[in-house]
Design a protein around this ligand. Structure first.
Ligand code: CP3
Length: 353
């Protein structure tokens, strides 16, 4: 694959030939090639076998022509060496078999050495750096709050009842858990960068459940620790969350060279809120990909028009690709982004519809 620097350039807010595009969850069940591997191996088996994880990482790069690869792994992998037990039950999402509810539970979590306990992730990164050859590789981890929410709830949640109850009724337990998690996640993301990840994304997918006051007190210092540890390694850092319209300026304070926006805020308004000294990633609604191509086209152009050719826009969805998304529509978006944002057409984008 030929050298392609536009993703890393955009992360640094440098001018690019055309807007870079990749998709959160670009490897997954909407792709036939992925389903074929999943027939033989579970999600965790794929992660545990670096050559399989590398192969799955490459599938969307080959099929779609995206400008970045994201390592195939899961934000919950660190839960395994912590000793809390992780299962993916069919149709139910992740299950943490020993959830954390008390200070004793926090103290009973195992020490984690990312380099060895999660060595299979580092090995996948090393394999990929050898094969990707010019397409940048993104490493990732969950942010402390989002990982804590799974650990406390025991799985996915709508209301985050147990998580927020711990925050409000037993803040010392919550802080102790966040302290431990932020150390583990910081070491994990640093290990990924040292293994070869050229950029990293910190996923705080569910942080939008919190008020700004609670974010500032219970989350910001811990996210900051992970973001700063990654930043110190010298690679671009993407800070992503959903439902974050009221949290964006605090998330910017926590850190990140790039802020990920979901679709609930128009891209230009989100960018104005955080200021131009940060790059922006986003923010097409993932459900757009189920619409006819004419509607997709109008909405892709709308996102690009709002970005207005400013250096530092990375095109993405506002959240991960959904199951059953038509692959040809995903591919069409890649081509549209590249075509409409290419230098000669950028001017036209401003005036035409
Ligand atoms: O292509 C990529 O983006 C890389 C791989 C990736 C996975 N998970 C693989 C996966 C990434 C970046 C993640 C991150 C992740 N995992 C997040 C943050 C991103 C987001 O969507 O907000 C979260 C919250 C998780 C936790 C998680 N893992 C859930 C809730 C689920 C179940 C969802 C479902 O569809 O059942 C998973 C499983 C998971 N992780 C899948 C994949 C491809 C599902 C597919 C499978 O079983 O094969």
């Amino acid at each position: 694959m030929e050298i392609n620097n536009r993703f890393l350039q955009a992360c640094r807010r440098e001018p690019v030939d055309t807007t870079p595009v990749w998709f959160m969850r670009q490897a997954g069940r909407y792709m036939e090639e992925y389903r074929a591997i999943r027939q033989k191996y579970s999600l965790l088996e794929i992660c545990y076998h670096p050559e399989l994880a590398a192969e799955v990482t490459l599938q969307p790069v080959r099929a779609l022509g995206v400008d970045a690869a994201i390592l195939f792994a899961d934000i919950l992998l660190p839960v395994i060496p912590l000793g809390l037990g992780l299962e993916f039950a069919k149709g139910e999402g992740p299950i943490i078999t020993s959830p954390v509810r008390t200070l004793e539970d926090v103290q009973a979590m195992n020490p984690v050495d990312a380099e060895t306990d999660l060595g299979y992730v580092m090995e996948a990164i090393r394999i990929l750096r050898g094969t990707l050859n010019g397409i940048p590789l993104i490493g990732f981890c969950g942010a402390p709050f989002t990982v804590a929410s799974y650990i406390i709830e025991g799985g996915s949640s709508r209301e985050f009842l147990k998580t927020k109850t711990m925050m409000y009724a037993a803040p010392e337990v919550f802080h102790a858990l966040m302290e431990r998690l932020s150390s583990v996640l910081a070491a994990y993301i640093v290990a990924q960068i040292r293994a070869g990840a050229q950029a990293v994304q910190i996923f705080d997918s569910w942080v939008g459940a919190l008020s700004p006051q609670d974010y500032e007190k219970f989350v910001l210092p811990y996210s900051q620790k992970v973001l700063q540890a990654a930043k110190a390694e010298g690679v671009p850092v993407i800070h992503f969350g959903t439902n974050t319209t009221t949290l964006l300026s605090l998330m910017k304070r926590a850190g990140g060279d790039v802020l990920g926006l979901d679709w609930r805020i128009p891209l230009d308004e989100g960018w104005a809120l955080v200021g131009e000294n940060v790059a922006i990633q986003g923010n097409l609604d993932p459900v757009t990909l189920f619409a006819p191509l004419s509607e997709i086209k109008a909405r892709v152009r709308d996102v690009l028009r709002r970005a207005d050719g400013r250096p530092g826009h990375i095109f993405n969805l506002g959240h991960g690709i959904l199951q059953n998304t038509p692959v040809d529509h995903v591919k069409a978006v890649v081509d549209m982004v590249h075509e409409y944002s290419a230098l000669p057409l950028r001017e036209g984008l401003r005036v035409r519809d």
